[in-house]
Design a protein around this ligand. Sequence first.
Ligand SMILES: Cc1ncc(COP(=O)(O)O)c(C=O)c1O
Ligand SMILES: [Zn+2]
Length: 415
Amino acid sequence: MSATSGREVAVFNRHWLGWRCVVCAREFPREHAGWVCDRCGLDGILDAVYDYAGVARDLDRERPFPARGRPDLWRFAPLLPLRPIAAHAAWSLGDTPLHAPARLRAALGLPGLLLKDDTGLPSASLKDRAAAVGVAHALQAGATRLACASTGNAAASLAVLAARAGLPATIFVPAAAPAAKLAQLAVHGADVVKVDGTYDEAFAISLREIAAHGWYSRNCAHNPILVEGKKTAAFEIALSLDFAAPDAVFAPVGDGCIVSSTGKAFAELEELGLIAKRPRVYGVQASGAAPLVRAWAAIPDPTRLDGPAILRAVTPVVARTVADSIAVGVPRNRVKAWRQVAASGGGFLSVTDSSILEAIGLLARLAGVWAEPSAAAALAGVIAARDAGLVRPDETVVALITGHGLKDPLKGVQA
Ligand SMILES: Cc1ncc(COP(=O)(O)O)c(C=O)c1O
Ligand SMILES: [Zn+2]
């Protein structure tokens, strides 16, 4: 990664200190060449480290995160590694609704249920938040092509935002990705490489090609700048609630980037004293692709595990689920995800495919939100947690609705 060359498109956050490996805790400067830890290799995913005292000094506590112009995700630049100098269609997005769905609340007996609805972002998934920050960084770094492997939505966000930025994109997808998702890539002019294999295989091939050609990596579980962008969904939730943090937040888990960034975002707001207490964060996996749930349940005190122990605890599974975006056998960001979930007092839960399909129907009919299966898994997780007594009716509970149902439209229509 070249973090300093290229055009003056964006500037680094002066309170962003650099990187720390999630496994061995080694630190690296911002300019570190290579996305991951030298010693730990691909498992050594880096995490952005900030000087929170410095961030706090610069923050107006009466009115933190004022929007400059359109209220997009860059209002949270004090907690992102970089900030673009000027607004641009490729990276100005965010400010999605937080619904208080009366009929769904009544049907579920959860009067404090909220839906963070990211289905209306440019490519119709939360992934645009990561891609927006990635595209700004890629242009700043002088990248000539962006690439990723994806079950569909990360690729779609790359295809859409690369088209807006005028950058070419190469995307490696498992051949079994839903047709609507593949169409979204083709229509935006991305170069699509279909991999006759799983997402995990597509990921490995993408890394080889990215390294061979010096492309910009839009793999969220590889390029840690992208995970930072995903924090903005949680920041918006807090802002919408006037910094009265929710009690619990449910995020679907594939590679574990969304759940990590959700946990990290609330931890940062707590660190800055903007919220009194971070919410419990729950990661929801489909029961046919639940390596984190399985490992979590087998460990008596999951909060005590260090990075290497988490790596040993989470063993790969063969992923089989109707929810293609979370059909991941080896969550790349498992250490970050585990840590954040553990620190929040939350947990990992699994939901069956039939409960996911039912959740699609509930969301669509009772809240007017059409979620793709992986996104509906968050609501299925809320229902499972209610049944298990993990959330109480008097609590404020948020489900992250991470992707639109039109991306995979035939699932859930009969449920
Ligand atoms: C709609 C949707 N929800 C959830 C996820 C899971 O996100 P992560 O891989 O960050 O865990 C994805 C990932 O592709 C997704 O597309
Ligand atoms: Zn390391």
